[in-house]
Design a protein around this ligand. Sequence first.
Ligand code: BGC
Ligand code: BGC
Length: 859
Amino acid sequence: RPHAPCWCGRVVDDGRPTIEGTGDVTPTSGTGEAGIDERLPVLADWPRVQSRVRPDPGLERAVADLVGRMTVAEKVGQITQPDIAFVTPDDVREHHIGSVLNGGGAWPGADKHATAQDWLALADAYWDASVTSNSATRIPVVWGTDAVHGHSNVHGMTVFPHNIGLGAARDPGLLREIGAATARQVRATGQDWAFAPTVAVPRDDRWGRTYEGYSEDPRVTSAYAYEAVIGLQGEDAAGIGADGVIACAKHYLGDGGTTGGTDQGVTAAAEAELINVHGRGYYRAIAAGVQTVMASFSSWSNPELGITEGKVHGSSYLLTEVLKNRLGFDGLVVSDWNGVGQVDGCTNSSCPRAINAGIDVVMVPQDWRAFVATTIGQVESGEIPMTRLDDAVTRILRVKMRAGVFEQPKPSERLHAGDDAALLAPALARRAVRQSLVLLKNDDNLLPLAADAKVLVVGKSADSMQNQTGGWTLTWQGTGNTNADFPAGTTILGGLREALGADNVTFGETAEGVRPGDYDAVIAVIGETPYAEGVGDLGRRTLEAAQRFPEDLAVLDRVAGHGTPVVTVLVTGRPLWVNRELNRSAAFVVAWLPGTEGGGVADLLVQGPNTGAGFTGRLTYSWPRSACQATVNVGDADYDPLFPYGYGLSNGEHGPVGVLDETGPVGGCPDVATDGDLDLFVWGDFPPYRAFVGAPESAAAALGNADTPLDLGNVTATVSEVNVQLDARRIRWTGSGPAEFYLEDRTGAGDLSHLDPATAIVFDVIVHEPPAAAVVLRVVSEAGSAEAVVTGVLRRLPVGERATVKVPLRSLRPAVDLTRVSRPFLVRTDGALTVSFANIRWVPGAADDDDAVGSADLE
Ligand code: BGC
Ligand code: BGC
């Protein structure tokens, strides 16, 4: 494959390489201006980066003049960023708010179907409030949004493939085109700032944000970062072009390097790895002129290496010394959603440490009033030096001036505003889908199918806009959406019907009662369901697809082995261990999370006018050989993937895939960072366990990933929060009769007798309404059940506050039979009680902890 020469060039002699953005940018095609440099030089130190957007003395004087005329309250307003769900235009006027955001699932009027005109009207209202404030300066407010795969929060938009798919396209030039199309979408609805691109380099595929990264390999990330930024911001070297929006490289630094792939976790990398792996995307994003960088929720710590920075949000070394001083970034750093509250000694509304460390804009979605008040006090007392506040405001105003917001009319009068055509880019998105597909297997050159083939389509993701668009689509998690929520685009099934003619396509989602023998081919579209951020972390789950989606394997079992070849299309946000699924398929295509243009999948499955050269996508994430291989990355010393980085068949090639080993790991992955806990419920069902509520009068109901509340009369269940958003289930016993909340082993029963006798049942909890009657905690085994009365324990917990409860297994009566445990956790009461449960697990040794519940407390 051709590679354009590396633009980043010059390594100067003082030992510190200079990375430079070229001033003049020619329109791109093919692989783009940046190309993918296969030989990134190893850097011994943080490089110096020269941005395309050069400092302008006139602009700097104008900024200094403005800052000099601002009051402390106006300055603090500039650094404050509330969410649109919590701030009105009047608030913006009164508090001189500098920017607002819409978080995932926040829409004007809380209406998911808000139109472009509704978005524009709200943008106008905020803007108008900011420029008619009674301050002397009247600085226009800007609005940021997670336009991470197109302007994906807004109804009616074309949604592009998520970054993992764009990575596989291996085409930096495509990123510029998508960036530019996304900028037009954002302008059409009146926002100024896209919180994109994500330049994370995910190194552990268990991370719930793996799909937000282009590649496990910084070579791709670095080239893409450059093109994505130019695409979003435009090609004007003086700042943001008239077509562009402000871009944001995120999440700085090391978000993709956390141990165990834990979202918001700890990156234990040596500094050299930050420089050469996780930092790469920032160098070229800054070279391209990116004006904003978002701090990462993660920490940088490694006691063995003497690294004790902790949360990046509080690290002045990373934010100020490295990013601003050494790399030379002169734009602004925005904190992530309530990220300052995670810094030691801080809350969401008070964090001098983060501001002093170098955060310029504080994303404080909800508690912004308290933040404004406390921060003004901290400036007045000198806890936040005025010089630091002035620097933050200087950076904000510099970015606003470069973006031209001072000269622009109100949002609805700007270029592309309200332009329906700007919302849609179906041809570009469809091409991106085609380029992103990776063909893993193609026995007997089965693909492409003939244009007149008769096919049977099966699988839960064949006709699901929600599954193919994934997280960060209309809602934060990408859940709760129906096909009707997507007026633009088509499902993969829709694309197949177009390509083959509706008469040649039969659809049976579950493949129940179908006759595969009646067709030329079966197409099974299976895979992951949507998630975002930590909700998608696998934690101690393995990469085995069937562990979480046994229904997919069941579908394949119904259609395979009947003499009709099966084509499997895997919709997924990460590489998965799918050996069983591969063995049941003659052809196997990874579609990643393709977005709204499902037609792009059909283009390559079926010979037709858009088939072109066929499959060109290549893996930018190594594909695991075993279910426990979560950290297999190109360049590893013991690199042994099933399909290596760069793999992907072209039409006419049929790789020697053969029959793959189907033995999965027994009892989880031994080598993963496990503390030996038995997880039962972590952010959701933890296979093989599933959560249920039950009451005598009704059939038990599985909670699933339920956005939808369950109501069995005696008991209700909804999603809630104990530690982080969506991590808990709030169970309300209504008091109208007995009811249970329990976790059940869906494989029947498990032998847990290997566990330490001092194991405790541990869960995080908030008691919302204390028990009105006796509450029992029970472990059910096939030999009988054992229980303890926990009424007193729950009554003693302070209402509304988070707590962790540890009940020793040995205090249950009679003794628990550990050899055949079917329900390792069950809570039952007849009376009223409302509790949120999170992180339910069995912890060996915890029965001896000082804070374990004593037998005297279990009456
Ligand atoms: C917001 C998201 C945000 C998340 C952070 C959600 O409520 O909608 O935009 O990223 O919270 O935890
Ligand atoms: C995410 C960011 C996002 C922000 C605003 C955070 O939770 O980590 O990627 O930009 O929310 O929605």
